[in-house]
Write a protein that binds this ligand. Sequence first.
Ligand code: AOF
Ligand code: ZN
Length: 362
Amino acid sequence: MGTVTEAEAMRRAIALAARGLGSTSPNPVVGCVVLDAAGRTLGEGWHRRAGGPHAEVEALRDAAEAGHDVTGATAVVTLEPCNHTGRTGPCAQALIDAGIRRVVYAVADPNPTATGGAATLEAAGVDTAGGLLADEAAAGNTAWLTAVLRHRPFVQWKYAATLDGRSAAADGSSRWITSAESRADVHRLRAEADAVVVGSGTLRADDPHLAVRGIDGASQPLRVVVDTHATIRPTARVLDAAAPTLVAVAEDADTRHLPGALTVRLPRDGNGLDIPALLAELYAREVRSVLLEGGATLAGAFLAAGVVDRVVGYLAPALLGAGPAVLGDAGIGTIARALRLDVTDVARLGPDLRITATPLAV
Ligand code: AOF
Ligand code: ZN
């Protein structure tokens, strides 16, 4: 058995944590590796699903199943071990009881109900160190950390456009602007999100289905339609049984043509819905990450509300010169107020470019 440094073990724990993406919400993704004094791996684990055992407990169980004694061992965890009895017992105590002598974690737990694990470990004489590869571990948990800190879901706006920023041609045709590779990548984004959100314009123009296809074992996100005036037709594809759907309408909308369980009434903001109220409603339904899929008007409203945390643009090397723009009015009237972004990733997907960026001012 080879040996690894604590940093290498943390990298491994971050990779293990990522296996939980899409199935742990509303909880974080967490990975854990248990090392002996020489740096040999005794056990490893990750949090697989909300309500299931935490990563630390999985790693201790893995070590026990392999017949390893973890007395005096080091636990390397991507998140500060929890200190509370929630759906499972406190991990700090489980590590103490198992005889772990040192705990290295990456990111402190900002969740007020779970925080305090490091102090509990230290009080029990366990050598505890936080901050190892914190940025990398935090990047793996961006959605959950954003949701805990802001009390609303993490919002990712995704769009597909030609190089000149158009989402359709002048006659309305839009199939398929981007490549099969890009479209498959969007299904991955959907599978990782708790909810997929579209506006009524997109619904009318495209009649999208919004379910995840082509990914084995993927969990289906909640499909959310922002439909202020309740114009959705009962035959819309998004209303089928492939995944749950929520239709958000204005308080005064006429919804007699819709099944009641499907709709939620929200306050208005001008001609649309109040976006922070929508996000609060989704947060209350345990949604921690939202993939906003359009259209232009709704994306503009989200940006104007300052609640877009990440932009993912799929750009096809094609030009249209006419046709609707991907983004509508976002309340920006002059160049000095342009929403500047920091590009965090550029990738090629078949013939297309995928640009990932974070708004600088949010
Ligand atoms: C996890 N998985 O591996 C760790 C977590 O809902 P509960 O009772 O399972 O507690 C969830 C909280 O526990 C979570 O928000 C986080 O603060 C902490 N640590 N949670 O789901 C894990 N280590
Ligand atoms: Zn825990």
